[in-house]
Design a protein. Sequence first.
Length: 470
Amino acid sequence: MYDWIDNDAAFEQDKPLDECGIIGIYAPGKTDIARNVYFGLHALQHRGQDSAGIAVNAGGKIQYYKERGLVQEVFNDEIIERLKGDIAIGHVRYPAKGDTHVINAMPLVVYYKGGALALAHNGSIVNADVLKEEMQEHGAIFQTSVDVEIIAVLIAKHLKDHSIEEAALKTLRTIKGAYALVMTAEEKLIGIRDPHGIRPLCIGKTKEGFVLSSESCAFSLLEAKLVRDVQPGEMVVIENNEIKSYQFSEKSKQAGCSFEYTYIARPDSDIDTRNVYMARSMSGRMLAKEAPVEADLVISVPDSGTVAAIGYAAESGIPYGEGFIKNRYIGRTFIQPDQRMRKLSVRLKLNVITDNVKGKRIVMVDDSLVRGTTSTGIVKMLIEAGAKEVHVRVASPPVTSPCFFGIDTSDKKELIASTKSIDEICEMIGANSLAYLSIEAMKDAIALGDVLCFACFDGKYPIEVPNLEE
């Protein structure tokens, strides 16, 4: 049995994810768009490094290829050239613990009487177990353990008597959870966002057609212009080079994922009209106001803590500098899960710039602190390099509650802030001081008002979740 250490988060094992990145491209008459999907998946690689897949649609006939690994490892020119079609969807996956079998990679392609359907999904269906059990009792057989197969089976069932749009709408009124979906069938590209808008999905326009993507950072590479975000509870159907919109749920309170702005999304993305870089920079500034400290240098835990660290330095007047060099060339690495190798995994990814930190009082800014295991190793590295003091500042509130909407923290006992005080955490990681950003300041920094989900910080879930005491 091996631990999976991914390309971006080898030293961030205390930040669990079950995130994915999805993309869809509609370009009628342009049959080589699999290559564009490939490039788009590169832009979304930070959202999932376990597997990658592309499905193409040529006149309703679907071809696909998927495998475990990074995008550049899964695909080559020969594979891309075989995938011909003018509608395509793609997926990169970051799975839950132990869920790394290639059968669970996406897109998922299913065949029904009259055609085929390809789906790619980001998020989590909270009533998946109930729906699956009901369908199994009526004879349904499932090949995977991913939620999107439940959606596919329900849609296929309804397709016997309904159009693809009607079948999707009937299915969406059955499922509950946080999700973004792209799918293709017939000669259509379809995008769907959950009623609370927890998982992101946006629309871009190209010269040839349209793009759907988890994040707008993919649009620049594809020469697409951001049109808008898919609205909560909206299904968009792209056909005949135009978009039709269907609202499948009653007006719900919008509750976009605040962790997207803190950690998950790329800084150059805009989500629900707010730029991620600006939100992180403002978080750092507010953190400097709430938790000032006398120090000589502000550094970040690269890369997700960098923007907040720059903001902290600008607000505090303390110089910003690099404290670590990140090794970006490790790629996919399997390591044995013994203590020695776990410690080494941090040092494989980060190396202290000794001359920058030696003899100095350091403010180390990170985006979040979930389990605390990695922070302990990083603080120790700074002290061993001669740092006089290490003050840890976290640009988000303490994570005290598990997420059931796409981030793999289903066990509250894994969350260090749920069982320890800030002083206890500070002592455990070996820092001279520790402070977090308040929820109020985080809301102000993201600047979207009361339309975000902060459940991992405050335990207030926008959707009914499993009993936490069970």
